[in-house]
Design a protein around this ligand. Structure first.
Ligand SMILES: C[S@@+](CC[C@H](N)C(=O)[O-])C[C@H]1O[C@@H](n2cnc3c(N)ncnc32)[C@H](O)[C@@H]1O
Length: 340
């Protein structure tokens, strides 16, 4: 089995499952990932090109990708993700953490896959809260129009059902399952031996608040911002060449990594790294990363983002120095680095 040093600070192009199986056991501190959800009858050969191709929208043609219901998709996701979670469990150190983004609709399958895969302890569900999203509920007037009924009957039915739409209200949160590999001995034994297993409660969220499992990256209102705001995404953080469609805000990855990695040498692994957000966040915090993605295009984008960080790092060295010892992300929102 190759040594972990062969993989550190690299973005590897390959399939998550097979690449994970080549990593040594008990070698990474945290897995933080945002996997594909296999919406729209996709199998585990998921790709944006296929999802976005209108020809593949067979179940309900009028619905855009990601909005169709298929009872099998959750099951298929579960069966595949249990294999990913098993490998994640193997490579995570004792006491290490597994964070996985999900969707409200498929969260139960993801959490169960992680729970059933090995001996992970499901410890929490983090919530990324937002207010802006496309409402997915549909009016059914087009169905009524096709009914075998008189125009008057159709008109009456439409009036009766005015405002009544398909049961899909605006989705305003993203759940993140949080699991931990059991510690060896006590929490203290484990952190002494493996440098992982506790949360950094020196970190602050909102207006100097104790870290919470709810966070937002956009101002909502005074009370919510005081309790849950981490920091706003900047325009430049994605890179204007970044064609990935589901780039996560950097601040979320930084928050989670900052909370869960103790060692300066901690290794953060993302087996579905996409355009590299997890890796960029780990690097910004001075930690090590390993990224995996099956798409050569996204691997290049991730590498470019990481390269650009090197340039910014030098420019911002003075700010980094200033931020050392300060723990409040809210007050440091304008800085590129957040360190304890
Ligand atoms: C939701 S995206 C991750 C986006 C990422 N969080 C970001 O901020 O850019 C999921 C990624 O998984 C990758 N992917 C899909 N199937 C894969 C597989 N079997 N192995 C590795 N990567 C895969 C896709 O190419 C996609 O970039």
């Amino acid at each position: 089995m190759p040594k972990i040093n062969n993989f550190i600070n690299k973005i590897i192009q390959g399939d998550a499952l097979s690449t994970l199986s080549s990593l040594p056991e008990n070698s990474v501190d945290v897995v933080l990932t945002d996997p594909p959800y296999f919406l729209d009858k996709m199998d585990d050969k998921w790709s944006y090109d296929v999802v976005n191709n209108k020809k593949n929208q067979q179940t309900i043609k009028s619905l855009p990708a990601g909005m169709r219901m298929d009872r099998e998709q959750g099951k298929r996701f579960y069966e595949w993700y249990i294999k990913i979670a098993k490998e994640a469990f193997r490579v995570i150190k004792p006491g290490g953490f597994f964070f996985s983004f999900s969707s409200p609709r498929l969260y139960h399958r993801m959490a169960s896959a992680v729970d059933d895969a090995a001996e992970f302890l499901i410890r929490d569900c983090f919530i990324w809260l937002y207010t802006q999203n496309q409402a997915k509920a549909m009016s059914l007037n087009h169905v009524i129009d096709k009914m075998d009924a008189s125009d008057i009957a159709k008109k009456k039915l439409k009036e009766k059902l005015k405002g009544w739409k398909t049961p899909q209200i605006k989705s305003c949160f993203e759940p993140i399952v949080m699991a931990q590999k059991p510690s060896e001995g006590t929490f203290v034994d484990n952190i002494i031996k493996h440098n992982v297993g506790l949360f950094n409660t020196n970190l602050r969220i909102g207006d100097n608040m104790f870290p919470s499992n709810v966070f937002t990256v956009n101002e909502i209102n005074e009370i919510i911002d005081k309790a849950f705001l981490i920091s706003k995404p900047t325009k430049k953080e994605k890179g204007n060449y970044n064609t990935h469609q589901t780039v996560k805000p950097l601040a979320i990855c930084e928050y989670i990594i900052h909370l869960s990695t103790f060692s300066p040498e901690a290794i953060v692994l993302d087996p579905f790294v996409g355009s590299g957000t997890t890796a960029v966040a780990a690097k910004k915090l001075g930690k090590n990363y390993i990224g995996i993605d099956s798409s050569p295009e996204y691997v290049k984008i991730a590498e470019q983002r990481l390269k650009e960080l090197d340039g910014r790092r030098n420019l911002n060295e003075a700010e980094v120095e200033k931020s050392r010892g300060q723990l409040n992300i809210f007050n440091l929102a304008k800085l590129d680095y957040v360190r304890t």
